[in-house]
Write a protein that binds this ligand. Sequence first.
Ligand SMILES: [Zn+2]
Length: 507
Amino acid sequence: MEDVSRVGSMTSKGSSIESSVVLSERSLKVEMPPELLRGVYLHECLAQWGKHWASSDTVERASDVRLSRPTQRIDNFLSHDWKTSRWLKLAALLVVFNSRAAAVGTLLVSVGVGILRASHVLPDEAWTVAIGHATWVCIFFGWQRLRSFCRPRTVFLDKLCIAQHDVALKEQGILGLAAFLAIADELTVLWSPRTLQRLWCVYEISTFLRRPEKRKQVKVMPVKLALLLCVNSLSWFVVAGGYSVISNKSSREVTWTRTLLGSLCMCFAAVFLPWTYYVGIGMMEDLSTLPKQLSNFRIQDAESTCCSRRHIHPETQQVVPCDRELVFATLQQWFGRPGDAPGKYLVDFNLLVRKELAPSVLKSVGRDHLPVWYTLYMAVSGSTPFLSDCISLLAKGPPANLSSGGTVIWGTRTFISFAYVPVLAILATRLNLCFCWHGFRMAHHSACRSRFCLAVLLSQLGVIIIATFWALFFISSNHVEASSWIPIVPFLLLLATTAILFRTGCI
Ligand SMILES: [Zn+2]
């Protein structure tokens, strides 16, 4: 939810909420008539590639609010900024709500395909890996639609849950935001640098902070970080696909089609990778503001459109009341105590944001940090389908004349030959963010200020590191006996490096 004026501006001419609020006694409500407490199913929110999230879609329709329905419980209150791109918000929503299901679904299907290949129900051929990839795409984009058949997720999206076509109902809905927040289990903030600068976004966060048991339920996803995870996942999908085509284990025959397809994938990845760094360096511009915004947070500095317009309606020239006074009065009720000095409730609230909200947000998404689980779900999914290759190989059994110890090592190595790529993808994602952070700093503090040049240079450095890890494994695997444990060493080294990088962050 953004500010009242913004929601007002989504209405047709002359029907802004600002003009209507003069008509009524204004105060923020914590309770609402049950028929106005509405939620919308998430799959309807995401319909048609997130068309409801577009700021350009300013036509108010009674049919929009009919998508929502009265409810006594909301799973997620979605807090966002109407000026942020619809596509960025769509990427963030897909990562937050669908990536885990897509990762788990792909894992299960890949295991299933592997078992069917091993038992000759499916042909033991490389193309069957595509079933896993198709599963990921279907679940990543359609999970909310699928789960709507048993338990749909109910969310709050201002545009669909507050009547936009009826001025009085809209005012009632906006002033009763706290009632929606009170029945929400989680507050999901689609963060952009504007979030903590907008009065109404801060108000939404404050309703969760005032109740200690709900403070941990404020989840922040920077929208550009979600985009980076999507772009990174796509590039690893291409790399893994290209590598699989080139090194097809079920056929040693080198054909022109294979060589051409594999080379195309690798060329695409070579162009795509610098672009992910380019996006990443730009993203750091946004993320770098988050720690400062949180540690210096002052609600007194939050902006509202009414103040920026000096409380004069741009069309009717009527005086409009101030949203800031409204929000501050409510904060005084929530955070003030009898006998406090004037304005102390604002100081207390600012401290609450700095001390309670800031650490939990910065731990997972501040500066160069990555949300670990979302990174895992997104980075490994491009490689998970190749698990069916691994299961098929394991089912065929070890080479003849191996001792029982040698068989265990052979099995471990076969599994590692699959697991190496997903772990490498996780490391590459972490390195990507690390280098992007340094690229951002170099762009501001060094002689080399071209974002494009930095993206190309740093991506090549990333490629060298990843290629070195890969070469260590490839060389050690191909020059020792099947029962040798030596190729396990580079895998352990890779695991340790990845774990350390996630734990320590960038230097
Ligand atoms: Zn104002």
